[in-house]
Design a protein around this ligand. Structure first.
Ligand SMILES: C[S@@+](CC[C@H](N)C(=O)[O-])C[C@H]1O[C@@H](n2cnc3c(N)ncnc32)[C@H](O)[C@@H]1O
Ligand SMILES: [Zn+2]
Length: 376
């Protein structure tokens, strides 16, 4: 391989990144979550799995899958011929288990997925790590996920998802996103809602396993199911926010809201359509935590704990700094103390991995403010 840039190691993979090719060391956590998720899935299925890495770059992720999880077959693909050459070279630097069947392809992801589908080839784990919005690849990628298999995808169009750019959110997801304090979570819910909608068109639906918000990118692992009757219509909806008392609430798609149910204000905004159900499968998260503990991965363990905590909480969160500004309190009580008190008063309350200095609750916002003032 010409124009060598760097020799690197990540997890068990050793690899070289040529000068002209893309490799993002910051995406390590997403690759770690991919490995932990794939190991979990193999345990659940009690067998070695077939994997396709549709946009493999220099191959780090796919090589890690093959080295660190029970894989039976793996296809590493990248449309860039130089990347495909780098993948081949990097494969030769690593001693993959002899029983893993490895293929390297250099195709446009769409073209590859349609060709595989024509040959009836499906995969247990499909990795889709596109730049920007993944929406354009959902249809093709879903064609190669086995029913019951997992799609693990990336979105890096955070400005659109989190409400800073309105037009691309409408174009890619058919939804309104908002720059609210819980804008990241709105983005994750819009992202999954749009994927769900595209699956529903073809008599399929997805079940979320986890979402990992890294600030500059969103990663989601979702399980594909067959059948229209299972499509979770009641989990599609809107998130409504009152601009006067700041309370927020999710409602199903068919519900119209013109007034705040807490203070009666007509100054309400909505975001969506979006997914209003849980973004997590707690059984999957617990099993991933076992893998993370075995690997001694403290950051993953901390995030997985937060995800379990927020799995059954209402949609949307309130950021502590915003609460501080609105209450004019000199010192805001610790988030944990607020959560404990809300729970004592009979409300749901939890932290969230989207923003650690924030909390989720079904309490009306004025109640949260009152509790913050009392706890001063
Ligand atoms: C974000 S990088 C992948 C990084 C890699 N997954 C990792 O974790 O290191 C995206 C890759 O997708 C490739 N790519 C872009 N459009 C593609 C397409 N339509 N089909 C296949 N590969 C594509 C690019 O060449 C680039 O290497
Ligand atoms: Zn209100």
């Amino acid at each position: 391989m010409s124009e060598e840039r760097e020799r690197l190691q990540e997890g068990q993979a050793r690899f070289i990144v040529p000068q002209k090719l893309f490799f993002n060391p910051r995406a390590r956590l997403a690759r770690d979550f991919g490995v932990l998720g794939l190991r979990t899935e193999a345990n659940l299925q009690e067998r070695r799995l077939s994997v396709i890495d549709l946009m493999a770059g220099v191959g780090t992720r796919g090589i890690r899958y093959a080295l660190e999880a029970p894989v039976e077959r793996i296809v590493l693909n990248d449309a860039n011929p130089e990347a495909a050459e780098a993948i081949r070279c990097n494969l030769s630097q690593n001693a993959l288990p002899a029983e893993v069947q490895v293929e390297v392809t250099c195709e446009q992801a769409h073209r590859l997925c349609y060709a595989l589908r024509l040959r009836d080839e499906g995969f247990d784990w499909v990795d889709l790590d596109a730049f920007g919005s993944p929406a354009v690849f959902w249809h093709a990628a879903s064609l190669v996920v086995r029913w019951g298999g997992v799609l693990y995808f990336t979105a890096t169009d955070m400005a659109a998802l989190c409400g800073k750019l309105r037009d691309p959110a409408v174009r890619h997801y058919g939804a309104v996103t908002r720059p609210w304090e819980c804008g990241d979570e709105v983005g994750a819910r819009v992202l999954f809602g749009a994927l769900q909608q595209s699956a529903g068109e073809r008599g399929l639906y997805y079940e979320p396993l986890f979402v990992l918000d890294e600030g500059y990118a969103m990663r989601m692992a979702v399980r594909l199911h067959y059948g229209s009757s299972g499509f979770p219509v009641s989990q599609m909806g809107w998130l409504i926010k009152c601009m006067d008392c700041f309370s927020q609430k999710s409602v199903p798609l068919h519900v119209t809201v013109s007034k705040c149910r807490v203070c009666g204000s007509e100054d309400v905004q909505w975001a969506g359509p979006l997914w209003i159900g849980s973004l997590y499968n707690t059984e999957f998260l617990h099993l991933m935590s076992v893998e993370a503990r075995q690997a001694g991965h403290q950051t993953a363990l901390r995030l997985l704990r937060l995800m379990v905590d927020e799995a059954d909480s209402p949609a949307g969160y309130y950021a502590a700094p915003e609460l501080g500004k609105r209450t004019h309190l000199k010192r805001l009580p610790p988030v944990d103390a607020l959560i404990q008190r809300l729970r004592l008063e009979g409300y749901l309350a939890s932290r969230t991995h989207f923003e650690t200095a924030s909390l989720k609750t079904n309490a009306p916002y004025p109640v949260l403010q009152q509790i913050a003032e009392q706890l001063q």
